[in-house]
Design a protein around this ligand. Structure first.
Ligand code: FBP
Length: 596
């Protein structure tokens, strides 16, 4: 890749660190908390994780640590969807390892977890890592969605770890990948293998969080990138005053991304899947809700607007959820029969016979183009790929039909012209914001401290994130602490619980209070592009979700912008009054342009 000016500048950026991680390594020790419990199903989980269940959470504090210079051989894996900051996790880990002992080695497994199974890796060298510092993407070693689950995959991973004489493997992933990390840690200990396993909380979806993990990395940059685009579209809509924009944003299940973008841009409508499920809203009710707002704005002569739609929506609409579940089962059991059907007509007729009546009825309400998307290839876990279902187009079609009917009845006098958009991949590899650059580097460095202290089955944790980076609290959380048992593919499995949007949580409540006003009165905010250099209030703010959830220490926002700032120079925030470190509590669970 040719170097852009911003990329060259970002290479020199020095991530801000929690004060404890800037200490001499020999002066950083771990302080153990009390033994921990899983969030539920303690007895079952104790049996599955005989060796790794219930370990204490740990915090890094000042104190003598004689083991920091250990010679280490560590492997690192990027798992699942890309998230801005992954390269900095590796940079932080690399710098920690080399600071501890220049002869230690870091290996990057190629193409995700399959790299460990197949023993495919490269050594991360100074030259390699320096070409990726503070950049987006996972291209340094690539990512993949293979799960290390089967006995064969686990045996192959054990083999690779033994052959490479690995002291540790660091898995950078979401809830599923970290569940795998916990299982791998347990297998390694049970098999007397010295290889420790440490997880890192990654996903733009923001659904790997709880009371001890404040946010997953990548959420900050991705939502700021989408919000920039949404804000620009809002301004365009308000300038031309003639289009409605239906914007779908990523988030496989949870609607955190949609909610954060709504808080940042104040659109006319933002659907929240979790609310739609709780209210058992049908597609028809959702259509009526949108059409009503469009008609109210038209009555004010405002035939334009912006609607944010979470990617996972269809799976939360009860009739669609049932349809998808039946289709997933059918495709798993009768795939061969289904694949022989000649065309969509034959498929529809076959589904009419094989689906339950309500599911078949739901299928028949879908326009053919969208219905075909429900039948596309499943993902490796047998699930429909929601990012490929064009919910935004479906809603435009349904709303258009509804408005035509309302026009006939004299209930709507406006004009409706709509565009659809899908923002997902645009945000996953953006240059990480300063927040993600700093957070990820600290997560990687902390993973090294966990390794050098001999811990396994832990998630690297950096907290107190709305305070200036210096005051962040670094440590580790036992992975089993975030687990419960859930039904997966017909049996109970240990999993890290996904954090969906909480309808009684502060971010949703904040949105709920304002949405009626935003619906009718044009109230758009235009956040603009992510800024990397400049005053703190412009370039060092965390997400609204984090600020609303955790509160913002007053001193973290300087009253006056500093006079100068330059690439590589840290903008020092005013020192906030020392905050007492919050004790880790039990985790509480808290988702083509077509002109009509
Ligand atoms: P992770 O959960 O692995 O971080 O990925 C999340 C995500 O970005 C979702 O928002 C989206 O639904 C999905 O990945 C798309 O997956 P793919 O990259 O395989 O198309």
């Amino acid at each position: 890749m040719t170097l852009s000016a911003l990329q060259a500048a970002r290479y020199t950026y020095q991530p801000k660190m929690p004060a404890i991680l800037s200490e001499k390594l020999a002066n950083i020790k771990i302080e153990e908390g009390k033994p921990t419990q899983s969030i539920a199903n303690q007895d079952e989980l104790k049996k599955i994780f005989k060796n790794t269940y219930g370990k204490p959470s740990v915090t890094f504090v000042k104190g003598k640590n004689p083991s920091v210079n250990k010679l280490l051989r560590v492997g690192v894996i990027l798992s699942g969807g890309q998230a801005p900051g992954g390269h900095n996790v590796i940079a932080g880990l690399f710098d920690g390892i080399k600071k501890g002992n220049a002869a230690s080695k870091l290996y990057g497994f190629l193409g995700g977890p399959s790299g460990l199974v197949e023993g495919k890796y490269v050594e991360i060298t100074n030259k390699l890592i320096d070409a990726y510092r503070n950049t987006g993407g996972f291209d340094i070693i690539g990512s993949g969605r293979t799960k290390i689950e089967t006995p064969q995959q686990i045996a192959a991973s054990v083999e690779t770890a033994k052959k490479m004489k690995l002291d540790a493997v660091v898995i950078i992933g979401g809830d599923d990948s970290n569940t795998n990390a916990a299982l791998l840690a347990e297998h390694f200990v049970a098999g007397n293998l010295k290889t420790q396993v440490i997880g890192i909380p990654k996903t733009i979806d923001g659904d790997l969080k709880n009371n001890v993990i404040e946010t997953s990395f990548g959420f900050d940059t991705a939502t700021k990138t989408y919000s920039e685009l949404i804000g620009n579209i809002e301004r365009d809509a308000n300038s031309a005053k003639k289009y409605w924009h239906f914007i779908k944003v990523m988030g496989r299940s949870a609607s955190h991304i949609a909610l954060e973008c709504a808080l940042q841009t104040q659109p006319n409508i933002c659907l929240i899947s979790e609310e739609i499920e709780a209210k058992k809203m049908t597609l028809r009710q959702i259509t009526d809700y949108i059409a009503d707002i469009i008609a109210r704005r038209a009555a004010n002569n405002e035939n334009f607007g912006v609607i944010i739609i979470p990617e996972g929506l269809v799976e939360f609409v009860p009739e669609m959820k049932k349809l998808i579940a039946e289709l997933n089962d059918l495709m798993a059991v009768k795939a061969a029969e289904f694949n022989k059907l000649a065309d969509f007509n034959a498929q529809s007729a076959w589904l009419g016979k094989n689906l339950s009546k309500p599911a078949a009825a739901a299928f028949n309400t879908l326009p053919a183009d969208i219905a075909k998307q429900f039948l596309m290839d499943r993902d490796p876990h047998g699930n429909v790929q929601v990012s490929r279902i064009e919910t935004e187009k479906l809603l435009i079609t349904l709303v258009d039909a509804k408005l035509k009917a309302m026009k006939k009845g004299g209930k709507y006098k406006g004009s409706f012209s709509a565009y659809n958009h899908f923002f997902g991949y645009e945000g996953r590899c953006a240059f990480p914001s300063n927040f993600d650059s700093d957070y990820c580097y600290a997560l990687g460095f902390s993973a090294f401290i966990l390794i050098v202290n001999g811990l396994t089955g832990y998630l690297s944790s950096v907290r107190n994130l709305t305070a200036p980076a210096k005051e962040w609290i670094a440590g580790g959380i036992p992975l089993t602490m975030m687990m419960n048992m859930e039904q997966r593919h017909g049996s109970q499995k240990p999993v890290i619980r996904k954090a969906l949007v909480e309808l009684d949580g502060k971010p949703f409540k904040t949105f709920e209070k304002k949405r009626e006003e935003w619906a009718v009165k044009t109230s758009y905010t235009v956040p603009g592009a992510i800024q990397y250099y400049g005053p703190d209030e412009v370039c060092n703010q965390p997400t609204k979700t984090l600020i609303i959830e955790r509160g913002m220490p007053k001193a973290a926002v300087p009253k006056k912008a500093p006079a100068k700032d330059a690439p590589g120079k840290q903008t020092a925030a005013k020192k906030a009054p020392a905050k007492t470190a919050a004790k880790p509590a039990a985790p509480k669970n808290s988702a083509a342009k077509t002109k009509k």
